[in-house]
Design a protein around this ligand. Structure first.
Ligand code: COA
Length: 364
């Protein structure tokens, strides 16, 4: 009897149609609703990206102002929901806290509510970890600017809010990655938007998905200086450990978001003199790429989005423990768009597995 074919990890399996984004792993191209990620990052703010994802088109001036006001109002509502409950849900881990905060959203919560809650809860976690109080949101500010102001407790330095905005645009949407798929599975059951956001964020927390950037910085710290990069990578691979920030399920070339983030960071840093941290990161990336190519000649393992995410968020003085939560602050826009698409056109997602366990013994 021929064995049925099993697609472990669903690699290469088409499970749906989507109009939201295309991830071309061979060409290294990310397109969101017809626009290349490189163009979006240099041309639009996060509010416009949210509009593009949720409405299908970039907003004009008045729609953009309305979207900014909507997100500002959502941050204020989130602050009111969160403030009396924050101590009860605050955990030592930022992603656990964020997951609990999203669970506070009512069943009629909108995408803006989820984005507002993510920003306020993440900023609250960071401020608490630093022994400070969460500043109240300023609804008139752009979302990235207010997020940075809330988490740092002061006005951002020149260029910093623009850098965070570029990051949020870059990572807002990325096809059927594991956490987006989890959010779609939840949406497919008819559950509410808040439930789908919790599924997505919970799935994002794993080190193979959104949890890599903190360990990328740990790696840079352990390498110390560029001349040790090769030895470090060889020792890690010999010990059977993975190099964080390298490799991708879909990309067979360097992740286009790594280019975008490296460029944004380099521009930001150029105003402050050459960054030795960036030079070290480039050396570690080059060493990792060379050693991984030697070990896996058949499979291109290049830098992914997390590699330069780590440096960018470090440059913004975001603590390592909150990197994945900041990622979620952006990706929730993608989850919400997928939620709407799944609810509109999708079918209950319910795959099957080949049972390989014991069977009842046949008596008699
Ligand atoms: N360092 C060392 N080896 C790696 C590696 C890495 N970063 N990424 C993949 N490999 C190896 C695997 O160990 C595997 O080797 P094996 O066949 O000897 O077991 C081989 O390459 C193929 O990898 P596979 O696990 O099939 O790839 P995947 O598609 O399941 O994994 C990732 C993709 C992202 C999970 C993987 O590349 C990884 O773990 N990267 C590090 C974590 C990370 O940066 N995550 C963020 C993703 S955006």
């Amino acid at each position: 009897m021929t064995q049925p074919r099993i697609f472990e990890g669903l690699e290469g399996v088409l499970v749906s149609r989507t109009q939201l984004s295309s991830v071309d792993g061979a060409a290294g191209q990310l397109v969101v609703r017809g626009r290349a990620i490189e163009a979006l990052v240099s041309e639009v703010a996060f509010e416009s990206m949210v509009g593009l994802l949720l409405d299908g088109a970039l907003p004009g001036a008045s729609a953009l102002a309305a979207r900014q006001a909507e997100l500002g109002a959502a941050r204020v509502r989130a602050h009111a929901w969160l403030e009396p409950r924050f101590e009860a849900i605050a955990a030592s881990d930022a992603m656990t806290t964020l997951r609990s905060a999203l669970s506070l959203l009512p069943s009629e919560a909108t995408a803006a509510d989820a984005l507002g809650m993510a920003a306020v809860a993440t900023a609250a976690w960071i401020r608490r970890a630093r022994g400070g109080q969460l500043p109240a949101p300023k609804p008139g500010l752009p979302h990235a600017h207010d997020l940075l102001r809330m988490l740092s407790g002061g006005e951002p330095v020149d260029g910093a809010a623009r850098l965070l905005d570029a990051y949020l645009v870059t990572v807002a949407e990325h096809g059927f990655n594991a956490s987006t798929f989890a959010a779609r599975v939840t949406a497919s059951t008819g559950a509410d938007l808040a439930a789908a956001m919790v599924s997505g964020v919970a799935t994002l927390s794993g080190p193979l998905h959104g949890g890599a950037p903190g360990p990328v910085l740990d790696m840079l710290d352990a390498v110390g200086s560029a001349e040790h990069a090769g030895d470090y990578v060889r020792a890690e691979l010999a010990a059977g450990r993975r190099i964080m920030g390298m490799g991708h399920r879909v990309y067979r070339v360097r992740d286009p978001r790594a280019f975008v983030l490296e460029r944004a960071l380099s521009l930001y840093r150029s105003g402050q003199g050459e960054s030795s941290r960036l030079a070290l990161a480039r050396a570690v990336e080059a060493a990792a790429e060379a050693e991984l190519a030697r070990k896996y000649p058949e499979r291109a393992l290049r830098a992914n989005v997390e590699f330069y995410t780590a440096l960018l968020l470090e440059a913004l003085d975001v603590p390592r423990g909150a990197f994945t939560a900041i990622f979620a602050c952006a990706r929730i826009a993608g989850y919400a768009a997928h939620y709407a698409e799944q609810r509109q056109s999708g079918r209950l997602i319910r795959p099957s597995a080949l049972y390989v366990g014991e069977l009842p013994s046949v008596s008699g």
